[in-house]
Design a protein around this ligand. Sequence first.
Ligand SMILES: Nc1ncnc2c1ncn2[C@@H]1O[C@H](COP(=O)(O)OP(=O)(O)OP(=O)(O)O)[C@@H](O)[C@H]1O
Length: 703
Amino acid sequence: MPSMASNNYHSQPKPDSFARRQKLEQQRKSLPIASVEKRLLEEVRKNDTLIIVGETGSGKTTQLPQYLLNGGFCRDGGVIGITQPRRVAAVSVAKRVAEECGVPLGQKVGYAIRFDDATSSSTRIKYLTDGLLLRESLLDPSLSKYSVIIVDEAHERTIHTDVLLGLLKSVQKIRSQVANKLMSNDSIKGKNGLLLKAGHGDLLKPCHGRKLPPLKLIIMSASLDARVFSEYFSGAKAVHVQGRQYPVDILYTLQPETDYVDAALITIFQIHLEESPGDILVFLTGQEEIESVERLVHERLRQLPEANQKLLTFPIFSSLPSEKQLKVFMPAPAGFRKVILATNIAETSVTISGIKYVIDPGVVKARTYDADTGIESLDIVKTSKAQALQRSGRAGREGPGKCYRLYPESEFEKFENSTTPEIKRCDLSNVILQLKALGIDDIAGFDFIEKPNRIAIVRSLESLFLLGALTEESKLADPVGHQMARLPLEPMYSKALILANQFNCLEEMLIIVAMLSVESIFYAPRDKLEESRTALKCFSSPEGDHLTLLNVYRASTEFLEKNKLTNSKEKAEKNLRKWCKENFVNSRSLRHAQDIHRQIKKSIEQMGFRITSCGDDMLLFRRCLAASFFLNAALKQPDGLYRILSSGLMVQIHPSSILFRSKPECIIFDKLVRTNNSYIRNLCRIDYLWLPELAPQCYGFQE
Ligand SMILES: Nc1ncnc2c1ncn2[C@@H]1O[C@H](COP(=O)(O)OP(=O)(O)OP(=O)(O)O)[C@@H](O)[C@H]1O
């Protein structure tokens, strides 16, 4: 089975035909940004921080790094790092740029995303996710190998981008102090206190065989408010790149649509049957919705005359294995039209060749955080104008395009200009852990571009303390806090693994963490509801969803291993897909869980943990779950609703849960999802009395 860590995307460059290279060269020259290459290089030379705003498709992401490389910005062996909010963008853009440069991916041009590093010592242009650069800064706080860092798609304001901006500001200050040799080594410090602990005697020494130059920083987007960034970077200059490549016709509905999924389906077929050739990109909110639309498209296609059936669907969402994500970039066979069903991961940066039509229902699934209750949830919300612009920008990259907005123009006018920064609407625990690991203790005093809500900081500090990651003085606790900061997981999951190591049930917890990291392991098509329920019964555990997921994982592994004894690997995997179908298990999600399992296992083994099993002692395992997820404990109320003990919030069990009917007295849950109601998903039955025993810091009786 291919793993995310195994650099699935490496394709050796095809023996490039002369014609192909000429075409690429021609395309590059015709991009709007090409006419301002010299000016941009001049501006980067003159300014340590530069903001570049240019229309979608003007060539920022693919061209600027190449201009900088050719302009001598890597002369001393420095690397140009370009951050992307999403993995798929980092990988696909790196591929394109390697092709444009005529080099194999992973050499001069490469990418790095979590668990997959396609770079080498000769890499000079490196695309990476913002989260990964943040992790790199833990190991190398001065980011010494980079001569230029480009923060691309800054308008997305992911939590990682925001934290990164604060760190980069500090790194820049320190590196320019070093370059100017203005200060002695011990007095060098960044505004955010970043390098105080980092032992930077080395800063003055040649680094990677070269003197550490000042760090050039470029902030880039098609739709950002340059003023906000300029003010944050002490009046940094903003440059606007004029001109877009091709026009995109924007079409609105006359009336608001009550059912955007149905409206999207109708539009797909309208385009397919009436419009000229060209692929379609549809934005939806998540895996479940995408998979249900995929099924509906296939159903409706079967009702069409054969000549009209040449429509292929390709889903793309974040939990889809990476090599499957990249399938959307492959051209459709001649005579076929491709319809890509995507979440907002295809919203920025990516160019999907062939896309001429974009369908935008104007909604997105976004993280929201209620600081009063300390609960984070995923809600479906309206997009911002900036997101709508990015979405329409996916058409018109190779020729004129059309964007169908499934809402009236008057509705668009009511959208917020830009998306609320993630830092203002999510749980900060993970970021706080990372900042603490960097030696930044004063979180409220950190120079954020926009300060997170104070209550949200306090809440996160409190839950990290309750989880044992922080001491009473709010320092990283030894060893739990350090271990949690090392694991690339949500704090509660990290805590569960650390505790499972002590409870001797790490094997089981590893499976659970992997299975909880993917969306919808089971699927239940509307026309086969009864059959899917019967199939689920084979795995279901009266103790709840965690143990049910454990049973599915184990049954699938056993099935695969047995099959491998008598079949080739490919055949065994094919049989597993069949097994999944028969059991109404989502094989994509299961495979993704297996990948994650492998990756986390590697991380925890590196931390010296030994994988042991609790065998059949599921009581022990449930106690371990209670000891780690105690902040998500809920108690049944007389009316059948549940009250979350830590916040008082009233919630319902999601109908997809095994415990939906039995409704035990006390449970812990994994996620809260809000649609019209507040639902809790992935539940495990626990004993109420375990809480004061296993989490006295939270539920201990007051004297
Ligand atoms: N994989 C690809 N296949 C075909 N054409 C591509 C590909 N990647 C880029 N291009 C071409 O290069 C152009 C510039 O792309 P680039 O990503 O650099 O633009 P951008 O200004 O960064 O856009 P955005 O703000 O939307 O990310 C595209 O409009 C497209 O014409």
